[in-house]
Design a protein around this ligand. Sequence first.
Ligand code: NDP
Ligand code: 3IO
Length: 304
Amino acid sequence: MAPTTNDESTPPRVAIPGPIIIGAGPSGLAVAASLQRLSVPFLLIERSDSIAHLWNHQTYNRLSLHLPKHLCHLPHLPMPKTFPTYPTKSQFMSYLLSYTQSFSLKPIFNSTAVSARFDPVGVVWRVVVARAGAGEVEYESRWLVVATGENAEPVVAAEEQAMGGFDGKKVHSAEYRTGEEFKGERVLVIGCGNSGMELCLDLVEHGATPFMVVRSGVHVLPREILGISTFGLAMNMLKWLPMKMVDRFLVMVAKIMLGDTDKYGLKRPRLGPLELKKTTGKTPVLDIGTLSFIKTGKIKVLLQ
Ligand SMILES: NC(=O)C1=CN([C@@H]2O[C@H](COP(=O)(O)OP(=O)(O)OC[C@H]3O[C@@H](n4cnc5c(N)ncnc54)[C@H](OP(=O)(O)O)[C@@H]3O)[C@@H](O)[C@H]2O)C=CC1
Ligand SMILES: O=C(O)C(=O)Cc1c[nH]c2ccccc12
């Protein structure tokens, strides 16, 4: 389609005869593949120069899926049988690449959506996209899919910004790769979500001493219950039982399997893990070994 220009001050307009998808991470790729199978045209734009930028460039080396592969594969193409239950970051990346190829997806890279507004007159979305080295273009479509991810932008805490006087090494979890460079050091880890917890584990394994700041509470759950994925179990139980009841079950089992985490400074929030996720977006932590180091004091918990 040749762009059409209305006047000199507005970017050229291109009408898309199907949905515009913003973001070529796992979700954007899944939507695109599903449309491709139905021969529905679409435009898939991505601000970076490759797919799944967060997975590829903003994650630590030891990252593996916390949920089993059968609960993480994208539509219409399961992960290879040769993959372990919890694929590594590079296995997951290679899966995403072969997924992209299998469905002949061709994201338009280096293209950043700078605005999206619904035009009630034309009954279309107008999405202005800045293309590296090629200026702006306004795509219009009746359908817009925003698949830009929940964690694409690193959050830098106000406290961290205020640490002007601290001249030690500072890294955001998006830049952290390995604890190697912290061997023998004392490291303050701010945050006790899945990232903070796993970074502490990585630091201990590399001979550093982590101190983990816990601001509010956290639900630590076992990754599996009697060999079954806790997440999978919770999702199945939700089909039959109210969320409050599933939450009560999860907390009860967590207490039996992991002990009373409050004792170690990991105070359980009043709301259950699923209700908390639903109302605040805060994800429960699936323990993959950090807790045992907290119990033995190798990882020190600091209460705020
Ligand atoms: N293998 C996997 O599958 C992994 C998945 N993930 C997922 O990625 C997503 C992002 O995880 P994550 O990076 O851990 O981020 P989260 O948003 O889940 O956690 C951020 C943590 O930082 C704390 N925090 C934020 N600001 C401050 C502050 N100023 N002072 C003290 N503490 C602060 C929060 O505490 P508070 O609650 O008080 O705000 C919270 O504990 C989640 O969905 C997670 O489950 C992450 C790692 C591995
Ligand atoms: O470990 C992660 O990053 C997860 O996403 C786990 C997760 C998300 N929602 C949940 C609900 C119940 C148990 C685990 C999870």
